[in-house]
Design a protein around this ligand. Structure first.
Ligand code: ADP
Length: 151
């Protein structure tokens, strides 16, 4: 029996509006690194989402159904505070390009300095680097077919 102290737990935060093949790829490839991954939908009252929180949670749960290492939930406020509450030592993020890197760098540095939560980045698989939730939403808004971008 491994004690709670030794459970390597990561939070994968995001909007997941909606979850894409890019997200699924990052999570699947991160599974060997952690004992548990909490997919955490950040709720921001100022943001307009295309899918409701319940719909987004249901989609993610359907993808990882039966995988005991994956939990799905939502949170408000700072990601680092949520990590503390969940006893998660790591934040998992995916990087598609240098724009993602530039955006993530200062956030990751602040989270480590201020909260002691380290970020772990996986570089997106090349076949998914064009996929983003915002592209899916654009296609959906214009009645296009986005089925090849989502699980
Ligand atoms: P956010 O609103 O925080 O950007 P997203 O749901 O868009 O939330 O993304 C959550 C995480 O998934 C981020 O780390 C993002 O870089 C990563 N991600 C999104 N799309 C892809 C992709 N196609 N390949 C790899 N990682 C991705």
């Amino acid at each position: 029996m491994v004690s709670e102290h030794y459970i390597r737990r990561a939070v994968f935060p995001g909007s997941f509006d909606p979850i894409t093949l890019g997200h699924v790829d990052i999570i699947n490839r991160a599974l060997p690194l952690f004992d548990e991954i909490i997919i955490a939908i950040g709720v921001n009252a100022a943001k307009n989402y295309m899918w409701t929180l319940e719909e987004r949670i249901a989609k993610i749960e359907a993808v990882f159904k039966g995988n005991l290492k994956v939990k799905v939930t939502s949170y408000k406020g700072l990601t680092a505070a949520f990590c503390k509450k969940e006893n998660a030592q790591f934040i998992l993020r995916g990087l598609r390009n240098t724009a993602d890197f530039t955006y993530e760098q200062t956030i990751a540095q602040a989270n480590e300095k201020v909260n002691g939560v380290d970020s772990v980045f996986l570089i997106c698989s090349p076949e998914y680097s064009h996929i983003s939730s915002s592209i899916v939403r654009d296609i959906a808004r214009n009645d296009g077919d986005y089925s090849s971008l989502i699980p």
